[in-house]
Design a protein around this ligand. Structure first.
Ligand SMILES: O=C(O)CCC(=O)C(=O)O
Ligand SMILES: [Fe+2]
Length: 333
């Protein structure tokens, strides 16, 4: 089915935990994952005050002078922590599409309560996945607020993964041991006003799919927003719904389900020129990524003689590393 809009789903019956409520929500979520790979969730239980504070601290950080922000610059291409300046990356590069770099800057954190000295987290196998966070001195509230928001997103992701499991006729806890040491990332994106027209082919964020299991986005209403590619090759706007989150499937969920579910292409378009001033937009994006050693292998229910397995098994960590290095290859553009 070709959708013209992203479905809105109230997930509160799932969170309340009655068997009928859970089944109903899981079925709706499963349909959205199959049909378009995107959904908007309401009734998610994350306090609005926490969302607002996370937004406010991100905005205060982006409003600092550039030299202040550069004090917490991303340490290396594969270590996604701290600040990436305007035009520091291009999401389309993850698909080897050479367009000019994205018109956005970002600030990112990874897991916050990493056990000290445990080899799983600090040994060579861990690579950059549990690298320490890089916190700015100002705004001082950013660290405690972002730490709390990261945990809220971690819990919501675990609930969504339980919905996914039910929707795929798996035991509800199927993904639990694959995400209990997850390597997710929380990232604020600042898309500034566009004082000068973008270059040909340049966007706020070039067309891409996300890399992990799922992504949870808190959007802001502004000209020049998120668009999603449907089955007919049309770009459908994913309009912000107040108080709601946009959730989308990432590449690993698509590989787990052998393309039964879609890791849908999306992009963030430029504002029209007559609305380019005053079009600033900040998104809060949580990229949920399973444990680095979780193997993503086609689920039994997703292949048979008519549906051969399309993807070789890959670990979550290896898949992520290959994408990050590409997305920062700006000089190659
Ligand atoms: O800003 C948004 O709405 C989405 C950004 C996005 O798709 C991404 O960073 O992967
Ligand atoms: Fe994305």
């Amino acid at each position: 089915m070709t959708l013209k809009a992203v479905p809105v789903i109230d997930i509160s019956p799932f969170l309340k935990g009655t068997p009928a409520g859970k089944q109903k929500v899981a079925a709706e979520v499963g349909r959205a994952c199959r049909d378009i790979g995107f959904l908007v969730i309401t009734g998610h239980g994350v306090p609005e005050a926490l969302i607002q504070q996370t937004y406010d601290t991100a905005k205060a950080f982006f409003d600092l002078p550039e030299e202040e922000k550069m004090k917490v610059e991303r340490p290396s291409p594969d270590q996604v922590r701290g600040y990436s300046p305007l035009m520091g990356e291009g999401l389309a590069y993850s698909l080897d599409d050479k367009t000019p770099p994205d018109l956005k800057e970002s600030f990112s954190i990874g897991p916050t309560n990493v056990p000290a000295g445990a080899p799983y987290y600090t040994g060579p196998e861990a690579g950059p996945h549990f690298a320490p966070n890089v916190w700015p001195a100002s705004p001082s509230l950013l660290k405690p607020v972002w730490t709390e928001y990261f945990h809220a997103m971690e819990n919501l992701s675990a609930q969504l993964m339980a919905m996914f499991a039910m929707a795929l006729d798996l035991p509800e806890d199927f993904f639990e041991d694959k995400i209990d040491k997850h390597i997710s990332m929380l990232r604020a994106l600042n898309y500034p006003d566009q004082n000068t027209p973008p270059e040909p082919g340049q966007m706020r964020a070039g067309a891409h799919s996300d890399y992990g299991s799922l992504t949870i986005v808190r959007q802001e209403e502004a000209p020049g927003g998120l668009e999603v590619l449907n089955d007919d090759g049309e770009w459908v706007p994913a309009k912000p719904v107040p108080g709601a989150f946009v959730v989308n499937i990432g590449d690993l969920m698509m590989q787990w389900t052998n393309d039964t579910w879609k890791s849908t292409m999306h992009r963030v378009v430029n504002p029209p020129r007559d609305k380019a001033l005053g079009s600033r937009r900040i998104s809060l994006v949580f990229f949920h990524q399973p444990n680095y050693d979780a193997m993503v292998t086609c689920l039994d229910s997703c292949h048979d003689e008519n549906r051969p397995i399309k993807y070789a098994p890959i670990s979550s960590g290896d898949h992520l590393k290959s994408k990050f290095v590409k997305q920062t290859s700006v000089e190659a553009a």
